[in-house]
Design a protein around this ligand. Structure first.
Ligand code: AMP
Length: 207
């Protein structure tokens, strides 16, 4: 377990809002470490017990059960810190795709200090569906290839994930316009996360 909680920024938004794209770009900036639970799950061997659990849920557009998800996430973050690719004392952790339920937010409370929630807002459902379909083709993803599965993913988002926004204090939730080119969206995200990084950087110098 970390002796200190991970200092964390959450990338939040509906499927197709661009969390993964933006998270990977942020990860190229020193001092940010990006973890996507979707990517974490996709690295599992589909023949393993956990891989089978993942496939069973994700192929229908459903969420993997909370306890399994948070346990795996915890071990994944820990493994990365042991390998030295994630430096919890220096890096800000950028989480994408987790927590996805209020229960997950509660289970993670022990391990993360959420400094800011970046809510990528896109009201254009068609644009998001188009993004998902393009990605399904590129990445060969079973969950985004079928219209009914995509619809279920949005339903699950509205019912289970969106309420997570209310779990955090309103003053740390920042809305960012997710419509536009990746560069424009990145610019909006940087406007809200750079001050957090500045403060984190300064705290480290003072420690
Ligand atoms: P994503 O790439 O973030 O859209 O995730 C793909 C799939 O992985 C989701 O539809 C879920 O089945 C599963 N998944 C990813 N993150 C979580 C999470 N935090 N909780 C439960 N299931 C998740």
């Amino acid at each position: 377990m970390p002796d200190k909680k991970y200092q964390t920024i959450l990338l939040f938004g509906a499927p197709g809002a661009g969390k993964g794209t933006q998270g990977s770009i942020l990860a190229t900036v020193p001092g940010f470490h990006h973890i996507s639970t979707g990517d974490m799950f996709r690295t599992l061997d589909l023949h393993s017990d956990l891989g089978k659990v993942f496939y069973e849920h994700s192929s229908k557009g459903d969420l993997v059960p909370d306890e399994v998800t948070i346990e795996l996430w915890k071990q994944y973050a820990k493994a990365q810190s042991i390998l030295g690719v994630f430096k919890p004392y220096e890096d800000l952790l950028v989480l994408d795709g987790v927590p996805r339920t209020t229960k997950q937010a509660e289970l993670m409370e022990e391990y993360v200090d959420v400094l800011e929630v970046v809510h990528l807002v896109c009201h254009d459902m068609d644009a998001m569906i188009k993004r998902l379909r393009r990605r399904a083709l590129r990445q060969n993803r079973a969950d985004d290839a079928r219209e009914d599965v995509i619809r279920n993913r949005f339903q699950v988002y509205l019912e289970e994930t969106r309420p997570v926004l209310e779990y955090y204090p309103a003053d740390i939730v920042r809305e960012v316009d997710a419509v536009g080119s990746p560069g424009a969206v990145l610019q909006h995200i940087l406007e809200v996360v750079v001050p957090v990084q500045e403060a984190h950087f300064k705290n480290q110098l003072d420690d």
